[in-house]
Design a binder for this molecule. Structure first.
Ligand code: AMP
Length: 367
């Protein structure tokens, strides 16, 4: 009998940890990977078969990657629209580019969320002083200013607690940055829904509880009792949104949960930090499912095999890695980053069969 191997070459634009873990999943299935990133020593270089070192603006290099690949995806979200359109017309970007283009602009993504049935915090566009005054008159304090583009992990945001804080927003008007001001939601929890598929079939991961520290994801807990009553509704609304918006591939939606209602905050059309736990805790991880999608293989609703806690290891947490691992067996994933900065994501640890209370007890041992 001749076994037919799936040896397709997948091109990944962006070589960070998300690209690296996706590459690992693709290679487990017999696929091959070519990565593109401006950094010679980025995470994906430790896993991929071929690598193109080039900037995301280098049209020739992007073309070279696509030319070689059977299917192309991205883990870097700020590729320019003009490049995306060109690549999408000529090559096989199986997930398309619409979700990426929409997610690049907070105003567009929130309008799209509303258009296709999801609730959001109230928001107003804010490009100048008059917009700012108008937004605050409508929303009151506290409110949040966010740049429309290139904001992540709390970057490009100003918490406006009082009139005095308006001065912190004004410098953005001089940089031509366009922004929004949105209602501050005193949420009970943050949680995300990660989906894989297209209009033929969409599957989703269990909804995890995301705990942030200084705007950066710190811990993810799965399953999460706080969403038990609304998990089915969250998944259904999220899948409905993905279908109606015509998005394909992978999509993570981050929500605020307050009084049993869920509010769309933002979306990402790539594997997501809040889904790292799935590598060990599910039968198929977000990376496995997306790899199967890209390689035209079958995929099904994943099953939770273990409850889990995922702890992000930022530069400032490196000193505690040994401590964590002496407290409980955990799966450590390091991202091969050469330079450790305080808030840079350097790795993560997943603890299976652990609940949040136990993890918090372990954390108390850190001075
Ligand atoms: P973002 O870049 O929009 O994901 O924001 C980073 C973090 O800031 C979120 O994960 C929340 O913890 C917090 N945040 C963002 N928007 C709001 C909001 N409208 N109300 C309350 N907290 C928010």
């Amino acid at each position: 009998m001749c076994l037919k191997l799936n040896s397709k070459l997948v091109g990944i634009i962006g070589g960070g940890q998300l690209g690296m873990m996706l590459a690992e999943a693709i290679k487990k299935l017999g696929g091959r990977v070519i990565g593109l990133d401006p950094n010679h020593h980025c995470s994906i270089t430790h896993v991929c078969d071929e690598f193109i070192c080039a900037s995301y603006d280098d049209e020739e290099a992007l073309r070279a990657l696509c030319e070689k690949s059977d299917v192309v995806t991205y883990e870097f979200e700020n590729i320019k629209g003009e490049h995306l359109k060109m690549l999408n017309e000529e090559y096989n970007i199986k997930q398309g580019i619409q979700s990426l283009i929409d997610s690049q602009d907070r105003l567009t993504e929130k309008n799209t969320a509303r258009k296709f049935g999801l609730k959001t915090a109230r928001f107003f566009k804010c490009d100048n002083e008059a917009d700012l005054v108008d937004a605050i008159n409508n929303l009151g304090y506290p409110a949040l200013y966010k740049t429309r583009t290139e904001g992540y992990d709390g970057h490009g945001q100003v918490l406006i607690k009082s009139k005095e804080d308006l001065a912190k927003v004004r410098p953005y008007f001089n940089t031509n940055a366009k922004g929004i001001v949105e209602e501050f939601i005193k949420f009970d929890y943050e949680a995300s829904v990660i989906m894989i598929g297209d209009n033929k079939k969409i599957v989703s991961l269990p909804v995890g509880h995301n705990i942030h520290k200084e705007g950066i994801l710190d811990i993810c807990e799965v399953p999460f009792d706080g969403v038990k009553d609304i998990e089915a509704a969250m998944k259904e609304a999220s899948k409905g949104f993905m279908r109606k918006a015509g998005y394909k591939g992978i999509l993570c939606i981050e929500y605020f949960i307050k009084d049993g209602e869920f509010y769309f905050n933002e979306m990402a059309p790539r594997p997501h930090n809040s889904g790292h736990y799935s590598i060990e805790a599910l039968d198929y991880s977000q990376y496995d499912l997306f790899a199967r999608y890209l390689l035209d293989m079958t995929y099904d609703e994943p099953k939770l095999l273990h409850k889990a806690i995922m702890k992000n290891i930022l530069g400032r947490d490196l000193i505690n890695v040994d401590y964590y691992l002496t407290q409980a067996p955990g799966f450590l994933h390091m991202y091969f980053k050469e330079e450790a900065r305080e808030k840079r994501k350097m790795g993560h640890i997943t603890f299976l069969d652990m609940d949040l209370k136990t993890f918090m007890e372990i954390e108390k041992g850190i001075e």
